[in-house]
Design a protein around this ligand. Sequence first.
Ligand SMILES: Nc1nc2c(ncn2[C@@H]2O[C@H](COP(=O)(O)OP(=O)(O)OP(=O)(O)O)[C@@H](O)[C@H]2O)c(=O)[nH]1
Ligand SMILES: [Mg+2]
Length: 374
Amino acid sequence: MERRTNTEIKLRCFGCGAIIQNENPRMTGFLPRSVLENETPLCQRCYRLQHYGEDVPNENFSREYLKVMDEARKNKCLIVYVVDLFAFESSLVFSIFDYLKENPLLVIGNKKDVLPKSVDEKKLISFIENRLNEYNLKPLKTIISSAYKNVHIDEIINAINLYRKGKSVYFVGASSVGKSSLINSFLKAYKNETKTFISTSPYPGTTLDVIKVPLDDKSFFYDTPGILVENAIFSHIDRNSLKYIYPRNEIKPRTYQINDKQSILIGGIARFDYVEGKKIGFTFFISNECDLLRCKLEKADETFSSLILHKDILPVTTGVKSISDLEKHEFKLPNGEFDILISGLCWIKCSSEGGIVNVYAPKNVHVSIRECKI
Ligand SMILES: Nc1nc2c(ncn2[C@@H]2O[C@H](COP(=O)(O)OP(=O)(O)OP(=O)(O)O)[C@@H](O)[C@H]2O)c(=O)[nH]1
Ligand SMILES: [Mg+2]
């Protein structure tokens, strides 16, 4: 019998096909050595996905990213974790949480300008911190901001100066949450002699490698590439439809008093069916550019396909032609106030005494019920 070389017997994960390795927990295919015996191995990411339904996106970190973050960890540097206040759930990047646990942590909730003006900042901060505490993340401070409107930029700069203790600062988070825009706001607030800024854009994946901005003789701001969260809507619709999804200005919540057996079509990409329950109000927090249309549940399938076909509802996306292209999520409504969220697209606030709702969204987009954000 022929002797096999090492490369020939490399194991692959049964769940995602990545080559199994036991050296680096932050790269694809990681499986601790102690559980390597199994005949059909699952990498740690797939195990968590399949057993806990947890979002563990497949971030293929570049070597540069890992090197920089390991340096941050070694030197106990301040990490600034930027989250998107609108698309909060899609800014939870579980795979970098280990770094956030071990380093001094400042959290910035960015894009305050797209939330209704009446929103209470204290409530937002406690919402963010409660969610992060669930993952054992304990920020030194959480600050609400808007890179667009320069909200609390001075307060952030002061906090950074206080917590960084003369060392470098690392900006991390999901794609498109506004890391580069915030650093640019800091550069504007201070004199930026070069007059050059970091590129920003409405498309995920703008910053491609780690960017170093000098702070003083021996320390830097590190702007890191954002991590694409796979179960957020952005990863599942056409790039040119993103402009309908990302709110660019203050969202105007839209409330519908809905009877049972009525549906709300959410562009040509999602649908909300009120299957059973008393007539109640459902408030949609969604980009103003995204069409919402009410119709009878019995007509919903037909209406949905026909509107998509004629592009009479926006946005549409190539993979969705009819309701059968979407995944169904059924909810028994609890008593009281809560949000139903479609990750990255919207949340729907309501107060119910029970009932049944079906939400249809593109496959693999996270849909759930949570405590009210605002
Ligand atoms: N409304 C609003 N939009 C913002 C704000 N900050 C950034 N943006 C927009 O969000 C998009 C992404 O901003 P970037 O600064 O490129 O985000 P990033 O986190 O650096 O993105 P990556 O480099 O892809 O990880 C751009 O269209 C920005 O103009 C904000 O405070 N409010
Ligand atoms: Mg960037």
